[in-house]
Design a protein around this ligand. Structure first.
Ligand code: G6P
Length: 367
């Protein structure tokens, strides 16, 4: 009903607006006196130091948070991470070694493939941590330990706020592991905590930009293909941006690691093709910028999402969204906001049922 939507036209918009609160609720109970405390992890420091490998297993958008988390865990804590789609993991006879931690990420806690992957890991004696939003769900009950995301109920099929809280759970874990394993200085750790605390207000700022993105989206209602490019974490962000768009707007979209463009996708670029480029990782900025120039030369219209200050990109991109400053590992939390808004407004502009896209279910409990 209209009342449930709190005045918003669709749950998706309401839930996007709930992101600052969802992030705060997931973050603040775990920040204590300049430290990260995750009691529900149920691991001693000694056990954390013994971890040799992490499997992150999930489906859909939750999988995309895992792709981001791989960069964060490896970069910060120097622990090797394998990210797997649950539907692949469960049938590929994965290698289980001692001191492996399996992390199952799921909003609903009921996704059939994710639950099966959990059981597979457990049956091999691997410790399973759930990152779950729905309290008391199957994955929450069966995991050895569960770290809840506090996004609250999510109604729109296309996830936004649960996704944002899953990212926070990964950041907290990675920072905790990095600290316990001596991979991060106290100074950097404290700076990162300050950056985490700033995220909710920064997300709010980006949400306030919605009219500008709506105007832009309205120009692309008839578009047939969109390509999302980025490197590193920006590639993971692109995967989620692409999924959001295709889920609710029915526009064909693909995410590509920017460096792979010239191995195929660039042949699809024509006059006016929309390319979204994400450039938040400064050490990769020049590399992706040259990919932007390559598609531009072939006629693409380029939407760029990049850090405030990178104004020279305006020479190569047609439309630029600037992000407030944060730690490079947290960039996903900011860059995804304009991409969520873009998908939302394309779907809205096309007159589609944003909250209930055809053929999709909020929770996939059958294989
Ligand atoms: C469905 C939803 C997606 C979600 C995926 C995994 O496909 O439409 O939004 O990312 O399932 O769901 P889960 O509840 O396990 O996070």
């Amino acid at each position: 009903s209209a009342a449930e939507k709190g005045g918003y036209e669709f749950f998706m918009l309401k839930e996007m607006y709930e992101q600052p609160k969802a992030v705060t609720d997931t973050l603040s109970p775990r920040l204590k006196d300049g430290d990260i405390v995750i009691e529900e992890l149920g691991m001693t420091d000694e056990e954390i130091r013994a971890i040799k490998k992490i499997y992150i297993i999930a489906c859909g958008s939750a999988y995309h948070t895992g792709v981001t988390a791989k960069y964060v865990f490896e970069g910060l804590a120097r622990i090797p991470v394998e990210v797997d789609l649950a539907s692949e993991f469960r049938y590929r006879n994965p290698i289980f070694e001692p001191n492996t931690l399996a992390v199952i990420v799921s909003q609903s806690g009921e996704t059939a493939d994710s639950l099966a992957a959990l059981r597979e890991a457990k049956s091999h004696g691997i410790k399973v941590l759930g990152i779950v939003n729905v309290v008391g769900s199957s994955i929450a009950r069966e995991a050895d330990n569960v770290m809840y995301t506090w996004a609250g109920p999510e109604i729109a099929v296309a996830t936004t706020k649960a996704y944002s809280t899953q990212l926070i759970a990964h950041y907290l874990l990675a920072m905790k592991f990095a600290k316990v394993r001596g991979e991060i200085s106290e100074e950097v750790f404290q700076e990162m905590i300050e950056d985490l605390k700033r995220l909710p207000a920064q997300i709010e700022l980006l949400l306030a930009n919605k009219e500008r993105i709506q105007r832009f989206a309205n120009r692309y209602l008839a578009t047939e293909h969109v390509f999302f490019i980025g490197r590193g974490i920006d590639y993971a962000i692109s995967m989620e941006g692409s999924l959001k768009l295709k889920e609710i707007s029915y526009i064909h979209s693909e995410a590509y690691a920017a460096g792979e463009l010239k191995h195929g996708t660039i042949s699809l670029i024509e006059e006016g093709t929309l390319v979204s480029a994400v450039l938040t990782q400064e050490e990769l900025y020049k590399k992706t910028l040259s990919n932007v120039q390559e598609v531009k030369t072939r006629g693409a219209f380029v939407l760029a999402v990049t850090n405030a200050g990178n104004i020279e990109i305006e020479k190569s991109a047609d439309y630029v969204i600037y992000l407030p400053k944060t730690n490079k590992y947290f960039a996903n939390s900011l860059a995804i906001i304009p991409l969520q808004l873009f998908s939302y407004y394309v779907s809205l502009g096309k007159g589609l049922d944003v909250d209930k896209p055809r053929n999709l279910a909020k929770s996939v409990t059958v294989e």
